[in-house]
Ligand binder design. Sequence first.
Ligand SMILES: Nc1ncnc2c1ncn2[C@@H]1O[C@H](COP(=O)(O)OP(=O)(O)OP(=O)(O)O)[C@@H](O)[C@H]1O
Length: 486
Amino acid sequence: MLKITELVGGYGDKNIVDDVSFQVSKGSMLGILGPNGSGKSTMMKLISGVLPLKSGKIEIKEKSITDFGAKELARQMAVLPQLHAHAFAHTVRETVSLGRYPHQSGWFSSWSEEDETAVTEAMRLMNITHYEHTQIDRLSGGEQQRVFVAQALAQNAKILLLDEPTNHLDINHQKELLDTIKKQAIEKELTVVSIFHDINIASMYCDQLLLLDHGKIIRMGEPHEVVREQDIEAVYRTRVSNHPHPELPKPQVTLLPGIKRQTEEWEIRAEDFAVSPNMVLYQSEVPLKTVSSAVINAGAGWFRTFINRHVDMNYNIDDSLIEMTGFIEELGFKPTDTVGMMTAVQTQDAIVKEYEASFGSIVIAVTAGIGNAVDVSKALERAVQVGTINTWIMVNGKLSDEAFIQAMITATEAKTKALHLEGVMDPLTNTLATGTSTDSCLVAATQQGEHLPYAGPITELGKLIGAGVFECTVEAIGLYREAKKA
Ligand SMILES: Nc1ncnc2c1ncn2[C@@H]1O[C@H](COP(=O)(O)OP(=O)(O)OP(=O)(O)O)[C@@H](O)[C@H]1O
């Protein structure tokens, strides 16, 4: 639909955009990314005909834009510029109506029903109808931005060129505006080219991205091909970390600050774990990076309070999230800063041990209730009964994402081995148990000191986790059995 070939252009003798080629098909959205001054707006001005080309070709439906008359081109292409040179004496409706000028033969003399419908529809889409008679200079920056987008939509062109359409908008209005544009692009088969400063928003909404630097294309492709740490870091000259969007198959970046976080040195020590009949409690003065399958705050995060709480055998787990949150609050802790687990085991029987390593040390804490142990290979054949082995691995070191995952695997294998050695059986299948039905595992690290990229059994960290979890689980099973006998 829109094809750009070897585009060169700029101001005076200075070329800003240098040899840019790309095409965008109808119904799809291309996002232009690049640092300040990289030539994004200049490229838009060249495409929209505001600036003359030095060389290259711009074609709409295989016809060069130089072959279009000004009004004919405006019927094909609507532009939302970065800076608005609009007369602010207009009302909202009048401003949006200006978008209809390419469809007029004489100014306002030929105002048709189609014009009226387009303006009304554009105002509805941008949710600005309720202040259609308000003077535009009485609106906030974000409200004005929506008026100008409505003006571009009212033009009913098949190509939309947008320079930072979400400028001034709060997150909800960003989402609403881009949802609307995306929906319009799909339903009306619009071709959308839009400049973005927000890489994450661009990644979420665009089918293709183009990364510009010094007027040249550095990368172009689907978001996963463009939003890559090394390219974003090189072009924007800043550190970022890449991670997946929680719902969409689109990469997102997080900015990493240039200034290191000012946290005090912290060492996790076994002696600082408070073990009582109510719970195992560990409090860190610095947030620990944590990955867990806990009841409260499972998944990944940074937390300072860690609770493994004793609950009655008959505890109703249906509303455990709310109940556990209340419990944490009653203790004076913040649920947003706490990882919480539960167990029916006597928590004073928890085993907490510290293991020294060349990189620092690790602390392992285990509670093991094996009354309802499960042979996971036969889990399909058995009814579910709650049982819990809770395993914490706290590391004085700096773990990579891989290390967190490997630590979980290593700990699980060690736990299973402990159950085998202890001859723990699945009472329903009468085979060796591998764990219980609701085991939880937690790996937390200070993220200070030595970088530990891996935690499999080939590494010192993995060896310690393996030996430590095995030893602690064996001892915890021993205490559980003794308590049952008593
Ligand atoms: N009217 C102009 N005359 C001369 N040079 C200009 C003009 N407008 C922009 N430039 C220069 O062109 C270069 C690219 O500017 P452009 O506005 O295209 O960048 P951009 O990528 O849109 O930046 P930003 O993210 O800051 O909006 C800059 O070095 C700028 O100084």
